[in-house]
Design a protein around this ligand. Structure first.
Ligand SMILES: Nc1ncnc2c1ncn2[C@@H]1O[C@H](COP(=O)(O)OP(=O)(O)O)[C@@H](O)[C@H]1O
Ligand SMILES: [Mg+2]
Length: 558
């Protein structure tokens, strides 16, 4: 038999909660033995739900999860060779470090295979397995999220499993507890790996946050799992501690040689630690790849924006390997059809300053400069567009400068027309979101579930935290079908004005691109017919604008 090198495989896994929230949508992934895989995405994109399904705390509505090639749908969490470390690690305050780590081991029972007098394994039909599969069959029959066809398919494979379980005798086991000596050996080894062996008698309440998190990790690894799941394990630590722990976790991963599946919303953490990153949004995988491939070749504007700082522009292919943005025609390496609208990404560190403005491909004026330790971060105005630049040299502010962008620094992406994404939106003092210098009334409370607005500030659900988002940078998203076209440009409904620059008939509706004077696009769909170059207005209902903060919410606490 060929050894299955994929320790975990998720095939078409979806999770729909009872309130019809689609938390995970058709998730497909395989993880190799020993790999460090990270799920990365904004809060609410389904990372934890996916992890919980792998751990067995939640069950997929559709699809299957394979462990070493075998379906583990009906395997309870404690039978899976998988352990999970949470962000809020509940340690027992009345127990010392050693006892906290030993706690689970004292309850644990390990299987000992039963043998007969002659030393041959005793085989029996596994009745527990038979009844588990019967339960699975029952719940599949009742599952209203499956189509008839999917149901039949799943039932057929379950019936096959049932037949096999009823007719194939399996080894039988006795269970025994670990001896005190075995427990002590395992705990010592675990504490050594997390570098806490000298602190085993300490009261956990006297430890720092980082040390407590290491106790939580030791507690998971003493079970000798094949896979360790870590759900934002460093979220509660301060920045310095988080950086140190990132390095330590990476070392632990190498020492242990087991598979890590890690969850974070912090792109830097994902880039520094992972072999493979899975970028997620709204329950859907956006891209899977190595940190380098995801950074260098983001598949769409969402990934580009989420992974690192980048300059993203609407651009047009105007010739073979020639793209126009920032009012200039640049040579590039990607071949797209002429006249196609595309997104262009330029990383700030790839922009080259040229002292003499007349010698650069384009000109700009530096308007802000921040020293970041290793380099300077500049904001440059190029016409009406901002360009973010990182450079180790010191250039004067408020002066014109030349700018070069080499062809291998220009990443071109097919335009994602499933939704409008505005990556440089911001919140104004009236709590409206500014898109292309136009205020759009929006629902600011969505940023923090359960919160409400009071005197212009957002109050958290428990009333303990207050936030002010004036000037906050956000990413705003509007679905294509949520943009209404307004014909009367003088109407108060009209929130932005633009010209129809592109029109595609899609069978039963039109898709238009409405471009404003500042080159911002609103892509919308409607059954009504407009002509190219028509001037129209745009209106969006507050509840149809989705917002995501670019920085941590804690930055806005007052
Ligand atoms: N038990 C649940 N019932 C209903 N909806 C849920 C439940 N758990 C999570 N969700 C929803 O599923 C989505 C994904 O949640 P989650 O996996 O926790 O995201 P993440 O870990 O990426 O922040 C969110 O919209 C969340 O509100
Ligand atoms: Mg989560």
């Amino acid at each position: 038999m060929i050894e299955n090198k994929h320790i975990i495989e998720l095939n078409h896994v979806s999770k729909i909660f009872d309130d019809d929230t689609i938390a995970v949508n058709d998730f497909n992934l395989y993880v190799r033995k020993g790999e460090f895989v990270t799920f990365l995405g904004p809060s609410g994109c389904g990372k934890s739900t996916t992890l919980r399904m792998i751990a067995g705390f939640d069950f997929p509505t559709k699809g299957e999860i394979l462990l070493n090639g075998k379906d583990i749908s009906s395997m309870p969490p404690n039978k899976r060779p998988i352990n999970m470390v949470f962000q809020r690690y509940a340690l027992f305050p009345h127990l010392d470090v050693f006892e906290n780590v030993a706690f689970g081991l004292r309850l644990k029972k390990i299987p000992i295979q039963k043998m007969d007098k002659n030393g041959q394994p005793i085989l029996k039909i596994n009745n527990k397995k038979v009844s588990d599969i019967k339960d699975d069959i029952k719940s599949t029959k009742k599952n209203r999220h499956l189509t008839e066809e999917e149901k039949l398919e799943k039932l057929a494979s379950l019936n096959k499993l049932l037949e096999a379980a009823k007719t194939t005798p399996e080894p039988t086991y006795d269970y025994r507890k670990l001896t005190p000596k075995e427990i002590s050996t395992r705990v010592s080894r675990g504490l050594k790996i997390v570098d806490l062996d000298s602190l085993e008698d300490r009261d956990v309440t006297t430890l720092s946050g980082g040390q407590q998190q290491r106790v939580a990790i030791a507690r998971a690894i003493v079970n000798e799992p094949e896979i360790l799941l870590l759900d934002e394990p460093l979220g509660a630590l301060d920045l310095k501690m988080r950086k140190d722990m990132q390095i330590e976790l990476k070392e632990m991963h190498e020492k242990l040689g087991i598979t890590f599946i890690y969850v974070t919303h912090d792109q830097e953490e994902a880039l520094t630690m992972s072999d493979t990153i899975v970028v997620m949004k709204d329950g859907v995988i956006q891209q899977i790849g190595t940190p380098k491939s995801i950074y260098d070749e983001p598949k769409n504007a969402f990934v580009a924006d989420f992974i690192g700082e980048s300059n993203i522009y609407n651009a047009t292919m105007i010739g073979k390997m020639c793209v126009r943005f920032l009012d200039h025609n640049f040579s590039c390496l990607d071949d797209f059809p002429i006249n196609e609208k595309v997104d262009v990404v330029v990383r700030p560190e790839d922009v080259i300053f040229v002292k003499d403005p007349s010698k650069g491909m384009i000109k700009g004026t530096i308007i802000t400069k921040i020293f970041k330790g290793v380099n300077y971060q500049y904001t440059v105005m190029v016409g009406k567009n901002e360009l973010l630049v990182k450079d180790t040299h010191d250039f004067p502010i408020n002066e014109e400068i030349g700018i070069d962008i080499e062809k291998d620094s220009i990443q071109i992406m097919k335009k994602d027309f499933t939704t409008n994404i505005y990556t440089d939106a911001w919140i104004d003092k009236n709590n409206a979101v500014q898109i292309d210098d136009n205020p759009f009334v929006c629902d600011i409370a969505q940023i923090l579930p359960g919160s409400k607005l009071e005197d212009g500030n957002l109050i958290s659900k428990d009333g303990k935290h207050r936030y002010n988002f004036n000037d906050a940078d956000v990413v705003a998203e509007i679905a294509l079908d949520k943009i209404d076209i307004v014909d009367d440009l003088s109407s108060s409904e009209c929130q932005a004005i633009g010209e129809i620059v592109d029109s595609v008939y899609k069978g039963d509706h039109y898709q238009y691109i409405i471009r404003t004077e500042n080159d911002e696009d609103f892509v919308c769909i409607t059954p009504y017919n407009y002509n190219l170059n028509d001037k129209v207005g745009v209106h969006v209902k507050p509840e149809d604008i989705k917002l995501r903060l670019k920085k941590e919410i804690s930055e806005y606490e007052i």
